[in-house]
Design a protein around this ligand. Sequence first.
Ligand SMILES: [Zn+2]
Length: 315
Amino acid sequence: MSWSPRGAVVLISTILCLGGCGRITAQSTPTETIPVTATEPFPSTGTSPAASIPPPTQVPTTSLTSTPNWVVQGPGSIECPILLYHHVASAPPGDTALAAIYYIQPGDFELQMQALQAWGYHTISISLLAEAILHSAALPPHPIVITFDDGNLDAFTNGFPIMQKYGFTGVMYVIVGRMQTAGYINAEQLKALVAAGWEVGDHSLSHLDLRQEHDRLEIELSQSRQILEQAVGAPVNTFSYPFGAQDSIVISHVRADGYTAAVGLGGGWQQGEDNLFYLSRRPVLAGDNPAKLASYLPWSGARGRSTASPTSSPP
Ligand SMILES: [Zn+2]
């Protein structure tokens, strides 16, 4: 690492993010050269019919090891939902409503994981998805990627064990400059995720709108990646744009730095070479119950392709 002390001061002053680190602003809508398949607005919460998912009936046996059920997909476009989470916790008292929507109550998060398992989803990594898009790869039935932005500590302490319970792995996109600081994940915890089959990705050094920081791209994209790889002891192959914000210069730098893929925002599930550096990713927001999930996932009870039978309703 080689950023200057002055840079570190700037970093500390700029990373202060009062409850909205993952906030998606109007500016975050991609407007540049990468085609984004998602055009549908995100529906508001609380309007879905009562969810109908069964309780978990068995201990999940999902693993990253290929089974006979896995099917080679690609190269080319692949249907694979990518979900985006930030916090798995209650929102801090006094948080603004806008910030609070990124806090998923642990109980709600478990209902969501339970529903995904009931609907037959199997988690994969962004790296494996990129491999399938570029070269083809064996993927499990109903592949899905569950990502977390910012590296919030509660995603590790609350989200990780719940996902383990349902046999799921995720992708943790880390704000590298905040590792080891209060409220954020540390290197040992990241290593634990990697050991459990998770992917760790880069979410920049200091979580700035990179469209306004072209002179810092080397630090934000390249040096941060080196720091993260050293901390985790594993390759860092994929990137998540802060606020989903990018332009052609930012994307070119991500490509040139050797990342194999990057994730953005959007409501579509077709992932391919045309959006490999802005893969479509749907934020899950507070109040999204399993019925809401069902309304925007490709394979679920609401879409008629579920193996689930309705036996209970979430609160
Ligand atoms: Zn973020």
